[in-house]
Design a protein around this ligand. Structure first.
Ligand code: SAM
Length: 232
């Protein structure tokens, strides 16, 4: 097995970015992604970031989940917020039709979803916290800093990004795991590629600097995740 280059973010496109899967296929893909998220600490990373942004005495919390997929992270955020005694609303957006049909199956007060692109939200639609879980690496090149700016502009408290560390061990690990355990074509193709589209610490710092945002609080978390909090 020859190792790909880890020097710069890969510009290769993931299947998820180029093909609109049928709802049932996406359901299987996102169920496996959810399993990876739970087993490899993904949601815990998100909730740690949310916790870091809560000011003392806050009673209400409105969260935007960008690239919500099947809505699992949005639902986890809502449960966490309610367990903290907050009156919470979490709204997930995703441009994928199939994703929004799936997320719409999660009916719960405080949880809502719409088929929208981050870059097309109307002016004035603001939230307390904007979260992006495994979404930023889908933004190629300079669009990643535009995405971060767009999220920051709508966040009264700050932005929480949960994304992948581009590292040879992460790539070989997820490639071996998904080849051994998954028949899903999106997972087998996209999971290792998403690592190659992931980030190194200086790149995330540069995204904030280039967008004129405050310096991020960056923490590395198992397994090969970055938790990035950008305060207002
Ligand atoms: C890998 S999935 C992550 C789903 C979910 N957040 C999770 O952690 O399981 C990335 C999602 O980001 C969405 N996405 C990509 N570009 C987007 C944009 N510009 N605005 C909103 N969502 C976007 C994709 O459609 C896809 O559903």
């Amino acid at each position: 097995m020859s190792l790909p280059s880890f020097g710069a973010r890969s510009g290769a496109l993931e299947l998820m970015d180029t093909q609109e899967p049928a709802v049932d296929e996406l359901r299987g893909t996102l169920r496996e992604l959810g399993l990876i998220n739970r087993r490899l600490g993904g949601h815990a990373v998100t909730l740690e970031g949310m916790e870091a942004l809560l000011p003392p005495g806050l009673r209400r919390l409105r969260v935007l989940d960008v690239g919500c997929g099947d809505g699992e992270a949005a639902a986890e955020i809502l449960v966490w917020a309610e367990s903290r005694g907050l009156a919470a609303e979490v709204h997930g957006i995703d441009p994928s039709d199939a994703a929004v049909r799936l997320s719409g199956e999660r009916t719960r007060p405080g949880l809502s979803f719409s088929r929208r692109n981050l870059f097309e939200l109307p002016p004035g639609e603001d939230y307390d916290v904007v979260h992006a879980g495994l979404m930023l690496h889908h933004c190629p090149g300079a669009s990643a800093s535009r995405a971060l700016s767009a999220m920051h502009a709508r966040a009264r408290l700050g932005v929480v990004v949960n994304d992948l560390h581009r590292h040879p061990l992460a790539w070989s690990g997820i490639r071996a795991l998904t080849r051994a355990l998954s028949d899903d074509r999106f997972i087998r193709h996209d999971a290792p590629l998403s690592v190659l589209r992931g980030f190194r610490r200086p790149e995330l710092e540069a995204l904030c600097r280039d967008s004129g945002l405050p310096a991020p609080e960056l923490s590395w978390r198992w397994a090969f995740r970055w938790l990035m909090v950008v305060r207002r």
